[in-house]
Design a protein around this ligand. Structure first.
Ligand code: HEC
Ligand code: HEC
Length: 474
């Protein structure tokens, strides 16, 4: 498998743990990990190449592991809710397709075209806040939002971009607060980072912040780049959510005694099912997955069409939201990170976060840079939420529940990198073609979509030819 290859390999040094990647269940590798001290403690400080490679092996093993009841899979007494919540009635089945647990492994869903990838319609997840309707047994959208499985390639770069943007916006806010105090008058500032506008805010001299003009972002100005709704902060937060929701494997840092007063919150007889070290290993594996690439087309005809398609992508303002790239200052990933809240470790709750330089990865060598040396992350996204329906074009407004205060027809711009490898499309994975999902864009994307609709067959096909060059390398 071509994923997560470091610049130079420490294959020999990894021998002790070599069986881990072959092992497909935790019991087996848990027998060997205590020697490495993995399970007991999350890694911290700047990681050497060798240490990172060891951690990635564990992370990969955990991502593809088929968890068993022997490991603590299942959550007879707990719901899928993000905040630890007890079930009101004990479910009798170990699996429940809708409210979960719904699978044995992360890679049961994230597997196309390889582990860490997207998933077909059959891997859809029924996302609900899960407080009142914990054990819903209908896919009726009044109980949950049905979402398709998106891929995780380049996820570390996405989180790093989001962190730098959140820091920019926080600096703009505090600058405005200072100025308003100094001048004793209201100060209005544009909220912009990396060329993406998130509206504006006005600060009054007494420190009151008027947030009525912010756009596509939460009121705390933190970019939440994960989930198609754009409401999840970090790989760490998502991993803990997913472990509980899909597998009933509960992370100590959220479900353990510190927050719940219990160390077997799901009451399945297993204590501390996922240690902070396990979560760190999973985060590291996901954060170092290679960025998708732009493939050189196999034929001249395709090459030509893709070139035309790239121009049309700009002419029709697809790039107003699907930015071909956003600049990133630093490739150093730290975990736990700076923006998590209660129930997910953040950098203020640990002695020292683990730090690893994504530049150690072989794939990172091919990332383009600008004149200032910033990495141009080719995500084809803006990490911003947009209203995607209007009165006439409303297919993507198929959800009935808002999520975390975000309206039901508002979604984060999908990053299009890898889109050539991840059919079907749309947040519910219910569009079989790129053409049909493009035609489903309404709301803020309506003009852009209308240009596409009004174009000639040849132009539309050229645009698709371009999108088909955005692939996840196998
Ligand atoms: C049953 C299928 C399924 C399983 C199993 C699953 N996922 Fe997912 N995953 C999804 C779906 C669906 C989404 C999109 C959720 C949304 O948009 O709200 C997703 C999204 C994600 C994201 C956010 C990606 C992004 O760019 O928005 C991460 C990170 C993630 N999953 C990690 C994991 C990890 C780690 C595991 C194992 C602990 C896991 N997933 C298991 C279906 C699954
Ligand atoms: C106003 C912002 C905006 C504009 C402009 C825009 N998009 Fe999108 N695009 C989005 C959002 C938001 C989504 C996620 C929709 C959803 O909920 O499924 C999306 C989704 C997509 C998808 C589906 C990706 C997947 O993996 O499912 C494709 C393909 C796409 N856009 C292509 C285009 C093209 C081509 C254009 C230009 C004709 C365009 N978009 C213009 C915001 C935009």
């Amino acid at each position: 498998m071509k994923t997560n290859k470091l610049i130079s390999s420490f294959a020999a040094a990894a021998v002790i743990i070599g069986t881990a990647s072959a092992a497909s269940n935790k019991v087996e590798w848990a027998e060997i990990t205590p020697e490495l001290g993995f399970l007991e403690q999350a890694p911290s400080g700047l990681l050497s190449l060798k240490r990172l490679e060891e951690i990635l092996k564990v992370g990969e093993a955990l991502f593809v592991a088929k968890f068993t009841t022997g490991d603590g899979a299942g959550r007879p007494a707990a719901t899928q809710a993000i905040d630890p919540t007890k079930v009101r009635h004990q479910p009798t089945e170990p699996f429940a397709r809708l409210s979960g647990p719904d699978s044995l492994a992360c890679s049961s869903c994230h597997n196309d075209p390889l582990p860490g990838g997207a998933g077909g319609f059959v891997t859809n997840v029924f996302v609900s806040e899960g407080f009142t309707n914990a054990n819903f047994d209908t896919s009726d959208p009044q109980f949950s939002n049905e979402r398709g499985t998106n891929h995780l390639f380049g996820a570390g770069l996405i989180e790093l971009l989001a962190r730098e943007m959140s820091a920019d916006l926080a600096a703009i806010r505090s600058g405005a607060l200072r100025l308003a105090r100094q001048k004793s008058e209201p100060v209005k500032v544009a909220l912009e980072s990396k060329g993406v506008s998130f509206g504006a805010l006005t600060v009054l001299p007494d420190g009151l912040v008027d947030l009525s003009k912010i756009d596509g972002i939460d009121t705390d100005l933190v970019i939440r780049p994960f989930s198609q709704k754009g409401v999840m902060t970090s790989l760490r937060q998502f991993t803990i959510n997913a472990m509980n929701h899909h597998h009933g494997m509960q992370a100590t840092e959220r479900f353990g005694s510190r927050w719940t007063g219990e160390n077997d919150f799901d009451e399945d007889g297993h204590f501390d099912e996922m240690t902070p070290g396990d979560i760190s290993a999973l985060v590291a594996w996901q954060a170092t997955l290679p960025a998708p690439t732009i493939q050189t087309p196999a034929s001249n005809a395709w090459k030509q069409a893709a070139r035309t398609g790239a121009e049309l992508f700009n002419d029709w303002s697809c790039n107003a939201c699907h930015r071909q790239s956003l600049p990133l200052k630093s490739l150093v990933f730290s975990d736990p990170g700076p923006y998590d809240a209660a129930g997910t470790l953040d950098n203020k709750q640990v002695r020292a976060s683990a730090e690893y330089d994504l530049n150690l990865m072989e794939w990172a060598q091919n990332l383009p840079k600008d004149e200032q040396g910033q990495i141009l992350v080719p995500l084809f996204g803006d990490l911003k939420r947009h209203k995607i329906t209007d009165r006439r074009i409303a297919t993507l407004g198929n959800e009935l529940l808002s999520q975390r205060f975000v309206g039901r027809d508002v979604f984060m711009t999908s990053e299009l990198w890898g889109v050539g490898s991840t059919a079907p499309y749309g947040h519910r994975n219910d569009f079989t073609t790129l053409d049909s999902v493009i035609l489903a864009h309404g709301g803020a994307a309506r003009k852009s979509r209308d240009s596409y609709e009004a174009a000639t067959e040849g132009q539309r096909s050229a645009l698709i030819a371009y999108l088909k060059t955005l692939v996840i390398e196998k």
